[in-house]
Every structure is written in C-alpha cells, then in structure tokens.
Design a protein around this ligand. Structure first.
Ligand code: KG4
Ligand code: ZN
Length: 369
C-alpha cells in the first residue's frame, strides 16, 4: 500500500511516498530556514506564504521521484498507484497547516483517494518504525519494537512522556508544564550568541568541544526528583541566563563549557524520568522522538541507562527526528490500515466527509483524530 503524505506544520514544506508504513520510496523537503535565520525566528505569515509557493512543486517532485523509484512509465501511472493521502492537521502554525491540509483535500477530491489526517506528534513517534538501510543491511525496527513502549517526544514545542500499548493506543504519563526541551535549547543558544533560530544542534556541537564538564551540576535539574512524569524547563533557561551573565561576560568560563552543562542538565532530567517510567510500567521498548531526539548526548545516555535494564532503545535516524512527511505516511498507515492492508470502517466513513478534516494548531498528543 502506497501513501503520499504532506507535512507543513512549521516552516517546512514536505511530501513523501511510503510503502506499507515502513519503506520510504521518496521524500522531498523545502525549507524557508534561511529566511528565518535572517529575522531571528519564524514569522508565521512569511512561512505560510513560502509554503503556498512550494507546495505544488514539492508534491510534483515527490511524484516524479516515486515514478523513477518504482520504475513506472509516467507521472499519471505513479499517481494511480497511490492508495491514500495523509496530511498533518496539527499541532503547528495555523497558516502553515492550512496550506498542507487544503492541498491534501484538493488532491484527495480530484484523484478520488482517501484522506487520512495525522497528529504531528504521533507522526514523530513513527520516525522509529521505518526501515533503515546501513551499508547493505536493512534494519526493520517494526519487527523489534515490543509493547508497551515508553515514548519520549522532545521537539521544539512539546515534551511528552507517553506509554504506547500498541498502534493507536496511547496513555499520557506527563509532559512539560512550561517550555519544551527544544525551546529551552533554542533560547539558551540565542543567549550564548550561537544561533538566532533553532540553535539546539549548534549548542550541542559546541558542548561536544568540552571533554570534561567543569561546571557539573551548576545548573538545576528541574523536577528530577519529583514522583511524576512532568517536566519544567523555563527555570533552567533562566538559571542559564544568570550563569551566562555572571561568568561568561567576565570571561570566567567559555561558551562551550556553559553549553555542555546546559545540555547535561536537560539530558539528566529527560533520561532519569524516561528510565523511571520504563521501570514503573515494565516497558519492553523505549522510543525517542522529535527534533531533540537528534541530540547525540541524549541518544547515547538513554541507551546506556536502559542497557542495564535490558530494555532496547529505538531512535529515528537523525534526518527523521526533525520535521518530515515520511513518518506522517507511516503514522497514517498504522492508524487506519491493518497489517493485511485492509481499510478500517471508521476510516471509510471519515474519507467521505472533508468538513471533519481541519487544521488544528493546538492539537495535543492525546487528541484522537
Ligand atoms: O520536531 P522539530 O523538528 O520541530 C517541532 O515539531 O517542534 O524540533 C525542532 C527542535 C528545535 O528546538 C531544535 O533546536 C531541536 O529540535 N534540535 C536539537 C538538535 N537538533 C534539533 N536540540 C538539541 N540537540 C540537537 N542535536
Ligand atoms: Zn515536529
């Protein structure tokens, strides 16, 4: 079964074709990041206008590449092979979401193909389920991920701990009470003068310059000892700001040293709470998802801590940590199609009524759609 997915929740315009929820046939992504670097952040209006420009070329290129990958004769034949269209309906920026949702509705209507709405956060989780090829070896995580799985979603806008009992069966364990982990990375990177926009990866590269954390435990590890699965990162960001003002400006410590301590504070809290949840709920797997899942320190620490518990940790390939349409297709497949490729009834009803498929910027991870 082939699904064409569209993802426009933030500043990216992405489309992908995925087979049976696990095999990436092709993926195309256009970003307006350069523009946002200039303005120091996303201007939603600017992002949405660019997405209006990019959406048709991106979808068209995706179909062209799928045609080549599947060795088909024409664009038309590639379109005819697509079984369904999936689209991110939220959370995200309203203007950006509308561009993707309305384009998907139009294609679904014109091509007479079912339309599957996807929650972006659930989509992130499915970055873990795709086949990935390393040299000549194909890894099939879908065959190895056992339930219940504890899932840590860490993105620019969200930090949530979920217990996944199976496809479509999610139980909320906790989440951030204020800033998301990615947001804290971005704001601290900005305070350190490393990057005006989405500085998490840059801060992490800087942190890697220090072999030893000479500032160890200078910053707080918020809520680490609290007996719940919630997080709070805004106080940590404020403490980092004070540390920067106190020491960096007086040349007492370096940007790399502060970056390292900040990253360790975030990773300490995320890993401690995830491992605690895995123990409490007797998890058979741990899954990491979202943009911050690209963080090497977080990936390594989580694997290291889970090893002694004998719980396998799954992380998406780095390019499937940040926004992509590939895992939106995968989430759509596992949401509405059973393993034999049969459509479920609820889904057949849904495809008849486009008015129920709407962009929803404030969708939470537990909002069933
Ligand atoms: O999931 P995502 O692409 O967008 C949202 O859905 O929010 O996540 C973006 C977030 C940004 O905050 C970015 O700085 C952070 O992920 N990020 C990282 C790294 N790569 C991306 N944070 C820490 N270390 C990284 N290597
Ligand atoms: Zn995202």
């Amino acid at each position: 079964m082939l699904i064409l997915a569209i993802e426009t929740s933030c500043d990216e315009t992405a489309a992908a074709v995925v087979e049976d929820g696990v095999k990436e046939i092709t993926s195309v992504l256009a970003s307006s990041e350069e523009l946002h670097q200039k303005t120091g952040g996303i201007v939603p209006e600017v992002a949405a206008r660019k997405q209006v420009e990019y959406i048709i070329p991106v979808i068209s290129e995706t179909i062209e590449k799928a045609q080549l990958a599947l060795d088909l004769k024409s664009h038309h034949e590639a379109v005819s092979k697509i079984d369904a269209i999936a689209v991110t309906i939220g959370p995200g920026l309203i203007g950006s979401l509308i561009v993707g949702v309305e384009a998907a509705k139009a294609l679904s209507f014109v091509w007479s193909k079912p339309l599957i709405p996807v929650n972006h956060l659930i989509g992130h989780i499915y970055g873990n389920f795709l086949d990935n090829t390393n040299a000549d070896t194909i890894y099939k995580p879908v065959e190895q991920i056992k339930f219940p799985a504890v899932v840590l979603i860490v993105s620019g806008g969200h930090t949530d701990l979920i217990l996944m009992h199976g496809h479509g069966k999610f139980e909320y364990l906790g989440g951030t009470l204020d800033d998301a982990a990615g947001e804290a990375f971005d704001k601290t990177a900005r305070l350190l003068g490393l990057s005006k926009y989405l500085g998490g990866a840059v801060l992490s590269e800087k942190a890697a310059e220090c072999n030893k954390n000479i500032l160890a435990k200078t910053l707080p590890r918020p809520m680490i000892h609290e007996n719940n699965f919630d997080f709070s990162f805004s106080g940590l960001k404020t403490a980092a700001k004070r540390l920067i003002e106190r020491s960096l400006e007086k040349n007492i410590v370096s940007i790399a040293e502060i970056s390292r301590e900040f990253e360790e504070a975030v990773v300490d809290v995320l890993v401690t709470k995830t491992i605690r949840a895995a123990k409490k709920f007797d998890a058979k797997s741990i899954l990491l998802a979202g943009g911050v899942a690209a963080n090497t320190n977080l990936r390594n620490r989580l694997k290291f801590e889970a090893e002694s518990l004998n719980i396998p940790v799954f992380v998406p390939p780095v390019r499937l940590c940040t926004d992509s349409a590939v895992y939106i297709a995968s989430a759509a497949y596992f949401k509405h199609v059973d393993r034999s490729g049969v459509y479920q009834t609820a889904y057949q009803k849904l495809q008849m009524d486009f008015s129920k498929i709407k962009a929803n910027p404030s969708l939470g991870v537990m909002d069933i759609i």
